[in-house]
Structure formats: C-alpha cells, structure tokens
Design a protein around this ligand. Structure first.
Ligand SMILES: Cc1cc2nc3c(=O)[nH]c(=O)nc-3n(C[C@H](O)[C@H](O)[C@H](O)COP(=O)(O)OP(=O)(O)OC[C@H]3O[C@@H](n4cnc5c(N)ncnc54)[C@H](O)[C@@H]3O)c2cc1C
Length: 571
C-alpha cells in the first residue's frame, strides 16, 4: 500500500475524495463517468462507517410523507427504479406489510392516503400496486405477526440491498473506469496553496508513512466525521480580502436538473469566492441501532410503529435472519466508537414485542449501530431533521457533502460533480454516457433471466443453489470468482452449513475486492459476522488461513487477525 501511495503522490488529480462510504463511492464513480481523474481515500475499510450498517433499504421512505417531504420521496422512488436496473443483483424488490391496529395513531384512512400518495409519486416507476389485506389474509401470510386488534394491512413494494456490497460495487465501478481507490489510508491533513485547499496528506495505516497528494478539488464526504475533516482546514483559515461573508449562501435548487425541492447547494459567491464555513458544527449526528434475530417473517418486511415514541421501524428479512431497526437518538460521542448498548437493545426489543410476542433478548444474534450525518437544523426532535443532503464550499474551497440518504447516492454524486464543474470551468469534462453504464457486475437485463440463462448452460461449474448465491453476490463477475479455484474442486465447497462462503470467495475478496483484514471479509464482503457462525472458531481459522495464504501473512499475523476479529464481535 505504501509503495502504491508513494507512486500516486507523483500524480495530480482533478478530484480527491475523502471517505469511502456510499457518498464518496458515488462521487468517485460519477467523476470518472465525466472523465475527471479521481483518487479516493478511506481510513478504514470501505463501508466501515454508516454505509455498511444501514437498514439495507433502497426506498422512497414512506414515513417522510408525514413530514411533507414529497420531493425527497419522489426522487427516492425514481432512484429505487434506476438502481434496481443498474445493479439488479444487489437491489431487489421486497414486499412490505404495513399493519393497521385498533387505536393506532395511523388509522386506515391515513394509511390509505399515504398509499395513494406513494403510488402517485412512483408513477410509471412503480414496482407493483399496493393492496389492502384483511386480518385473516395477513395472518395467513405472516403467522408470527400479532393479530390482536389487527384491522388489516397495506401491502406495497420497495427495494432491499446489501449496503456494504453495493458501496464496494460502486467503488469497483469507479476503479474499473480508472479511479484510484485506497482503503486503510487516512487523510490526516490538507495541503494549501494561496490560501486554498489544493490536496491532502494521506497516511498509510500499515506502513504509517504520510504522502502529499495534490488535486484541483478536495471533496469531504466523511459522513459523521465531516466536522473533524473540516477542522483540518483550520478554524482561522483566512478569507480573501473582499470576500462576501454573508452566511446565507444556500440556494434553492428547485429548478435545476437533477435537484429535488429541498436539496441545498451553496455556491461560490458573486465575487467568485467561496462561502465561509457555517457557524458551529455542520452535522447533527443521530444514532441508529439494529438487532439481528432468527427469522420472524415468511417473506415480508413489516413497517411498525413504536408504541412509546410513535417512531416508525422495520422488521426486515435479512438472509436467513430478521433485521429489526432502527432508532434515532442524538449522539455526541466519538464517531469511531459508536456501539449499541444493552438499554438500547432492550428498548428496541420492547418496541417489537407487542407485534412479535415470541421474541426475547436471548434470541438476539447480533447488534450494530451507526450514525446519520444529518444537517444541523434547529429542531428539537431528531426524527424531524431533514434527510436531504447539503453541499457547500468551505472558505478554503473544499467541497463538503453531508446529510443524504443512501438511496439517493447517485443523484447526490451528480449534484456534487455538477458543482465541481461549475466552479472549475477549466476542467476538461466529458458528457455523461447515455444510457448510464450498469454498476460492476450488473450488466444484465433481469436477475431472474440471467440466473435462468446461466443455469441452462451445459456444464455448470457449481451446484445450482451455489450458482444462484454467486450471481446474487457478484452478478456477471461470478465466473471470475469461480476461476480463482484454478480447477481445484475443494475451493468450491461451502465452508458452512449455510451453503456459503466458498474458499474461492475468500481468495477473490483479497485479490479483487480490497479485503485487507479478516474483519473486512466477515463483516462487509459477507455478513458472516452477524449470523450464527460468527464465533465458530474452526470457520474463523479456515478463513484466516485462506486469507493469510493469499496476503502473505505469517502464523503470528493470522493469530492476530483472529484475535482482532473476535474482539470486534465480543458482546
Ligand atoms: C441506522 C441507519 C440506518 C439507515 N438506513 C438507511 C436505509 O435503509 N436506506 C437509506 O437510503 N438510508 C439509510 N440510512 C442513511 C444512510 O445510510 C447514510 O446517510 C449514508 O450511509 C451516509 O453515507 P456517507 O458516505 O456519508 O457516510 P459513511 O458511510 O459513514 O462514510 C464516511 C466514511 O469516511 C471515512 N472517513 C472519515 N474520516 C476520514 C479521513 N480522515 N480519511 C479517510 N476517510 C475518512 C469513514 O471511515 C467512513 O467510512 C441509514 C442510516 C442509519 C444511521
């Protein structure tokens, strides 16, 4: 890594992106689609921040209708449709049930209006019509859901994704087009020239050496770490003489192509200089936790409402389990140390129990927590904070982006790169390719057709079920994964009773997916760390030895990797 960083430090880039979550990933891909040279730095593993710990939904966000955020919902529904076509192996439709109980704050009339609106906003990009189901039909479909006081349920379709893999896939799409993407490389400082930010100091986490990387534009896409990186610019970063210090540099982008009604982009002021940083912190981080439980529903995700707070939360089918979440509470601690505590887990269980009486704390398999980097608005309740992104320029000319939903990452990236191009007319830019290229591995018209087509091939390299798993994970790149076996059938035998992963997946993750540590594979290349095999020592040993052989680890290093991973999953 150090040598690569050293070589890269000899180049100059149009765009330097700090942060390898979904927002940074989307920006790197978009920059390459427009022909800009780009390098991205992530201090940990890709998607190790919020983007690997979400509810995994690519959705309109039906609950935002209550906030009147119709523009946000409309744009999110459009994106749901687009992402379903750009990455059909990772984004798939999932049916939702929204049960209606006697005495609940959202009664049948409210729900019906909500469904009509949701459907209208989807227009031609609807993935299926909504239905209203009788209590009997709900009971038939989801027998574990409490039927006490149940008046019926609305059924509608949204999409589900694997968040860590979609983030990685977006990064690999950028890399395939020439972007440089580096994980375990932290930006520890900024370079300045003539009072403007003109690059970063990037430190290789393993060698510990810091290199200066120069670029035309530096983009801060570090989510919950935004303010920390902005501070690197220096609280006393000078403003040019004559700079307009008017703080209200935020413009409404309602009439701009690609911008929703409440998205905000601040611009260089009329004098051609940049707005100063806003007073105080840019973001108000709110914490959300999830718990993983044995499968609770047959095939539906269920939208529920906390009887205590009225907060909407979900029970979502998640591989062989159910994912329950999330919460939304203010957080003021260190973003590197966000965890779910016993009280939060107990409270989320208490929210869920009235609807699924059979669950209990002993059944919790795993939990995780993450921070929403929301725009710092003057609102009391975190639930009322806007889910729109904000894009603004700092006094030193660094572009900062924060606050948006995962679902909107592609649109946010378009708006960010539009801002970059507008502020730098000298950049040589290409027209956006049309039709837009699929994400890495998503080059298929439909997942089902592609799986059918591959299954019908005369010689199948692996069993049908395995083939399905590989295609759903790697899309059209699945053959490259199988090729890592080099004809050795042992490398195509599943390592667990779940039917995955295969040894070749471990090898592929090191060779092609930037997996550096055992935890990267267990948490983000797969979800093994959240399932029943998370602490299986034979499995951990097998995987670490395969990774070790690929990456050239010594016996001691293999041991250290196992210990580090076990410490990470310790309760
Ligand atoms: C619990 C929860 C559930 C959610 N569920 C959904 C959902 O289902 N659907 C949806 O649309 N949205 C969802 N969201 C919102 C969405 O996931 C986030 O807004 C989005 O993931 C934020 O992405 P990001 O890239 O800005 O931040 P992050 O993913 O946190 O990425 C920022 C990255 O920057 C890196 N970084 C920080 N400092 C440095 C540095 N100095 N040098 C290099 N790298 C650095 C960090 O390590 C991190 O990986 C959810 C949010 C939460 C909290």
């Amino acid at each position: 890594m150090g040598r690569r960083l050293e070589q890269l430090s000899k180049n100059r880039f149009d765009v330097i992106v700090i942060g390898g979550g979904i927002i940074g990933a989307g920006i790197a891909r978009e920059a390459r689609l427009r022909g800009l040279s780009v390098i991205l730095f992530e201090k940990g593993d890709f998607a190790s921040g919020t983007s690997g710990k979400t509810s995994g939904l690519i959705h309109g966000g039906i609950r935002y209708l209550e906030q009147g955020a119709f523009g946000l919902v409309h744009e999110s529904i459009q994106e749901r449709y687009t992402l379903f076509h750009l990455a059909p192996h990772l984004v798939s439709p999932i049916p939702f049930l929204l049960p209606i109980y006697r005495g609940s704050s959202r009664g049948p009339f409210t729900i019906r209006i909500g469904m009509i609106l949701y459907n209208l906003l989807a227009g031609k990009q609807s993935l299926g019509r909504y239905l209203f189901l009788s209590p009997e039909r709900v009971k038939q479909l989801e027998p574990n859901l409490s039927s006490s006081g149940l008046l019926g349920a609305a059924r509608f379709i949204d999409c589900q994704m694997d968040d860590a893999r979609l983030c990685l896939t977006t990064l690999l799409s950028a890399q395939k087009r020439g972007a440089e993407i580096l994980n375990y490389t932290e930006v520890v400082g900024l370079l300045h020239k003539d009072r403007k930010v003109c690059g970063v100091k990037a430190k290789d986490a393993h060698g510990g050496v810091t290199y200066a990387i120069e670029g035309e534009i530096v983009i801060n896409a570090t989510g919950a770490w935004i303010d920390t990186v902005c501070q690197m610019e220096g609280a006393d970063a000078p403003s040019s003489p004559g700079t307009n210090l008017d703080l209200d540099q935020t413009v409404d982008t309602r009439n701009r192509e690609g911008a929703g009604e409440d998205s905000r982009v601040s611009e260089p002021n009329r004098a051609g200089r940049f707005a100063p940083p806003l007073w105080g912190r840019r973001i108000r981080p709110t914490k959300g936790i999830h718990i993983v439980l044995p499968k609770m529903t047959e095939r539906h995700a269920v939208v529920l409402s906390s009887q205590k707070e009225g907060r909407v939360f979900f029970v979502i089918p998640w591989r062989e389990y159910s994912l329950v979440g999330t919460t939304d509470t203010d957080y003021s601690g260190n973003p590197d140390q966000v965890t779910s505590n016993k009280e939060e887990i107990a409270s989320l269980l208490a929210d869920t129990m009235p609807y699924f009486p059979s669950i209990s704390s002993e059944k919790v398999l795993a939990s995780f927590a993450a921070l929403r980097p929301l725009v710092n608005e003057k609102k009391e309740n975190p639930l009322d904070l806007s889910r729109r992104e904000k894009i603004e320029w700092t006094r030193g000319g660094m572009l900062v982006v924060f606050g948006g939903k995962y679902t909107l990452f592609r649109k946010i990236a378009i708006r960010v790169i539009d801002s970059v191009i507008k502020a730098n007319p000298r950049l040589h830019v290409l027209r956006r390719p049309q039709p837009e290229p699929a994400l890495y591995g998503g080059e298929m018209s439909s997942l089902d057709d592609y799986i059918r087509q591959e299954i019908s091939r005369k010689t199948l390299p692996v069993r049908q079920g395995l083939l399905q798993h590989l295609i759903q994970t790697y899309g059209t790149n699945y053959e490259a994964v199988i090729a890592c076996a080099h004809g050795n059938p042992d490398l195509l035998k599943p390592l667990t009773t779940l039917g995955y992963p295969l040894p070749v997946e471990v090898i592929y993750s090191v060779q092609n997916e930037h997996a550096v540590h055992l935890s990267d594979f267990m948490f983000r290349r797969t979800r093994l760390a959240h399932g029943p095999h998370r602490d299986s020592l034979p499995l951990i040993k097998d995987i670490s030895e395969i990774m070790g052989a690929e990456a050239g680890w010594s016996k001691e290093l293999i041991q250290k990797e196992c210990e580090a991973y076990l410490a990470e999953i310790a309760p």
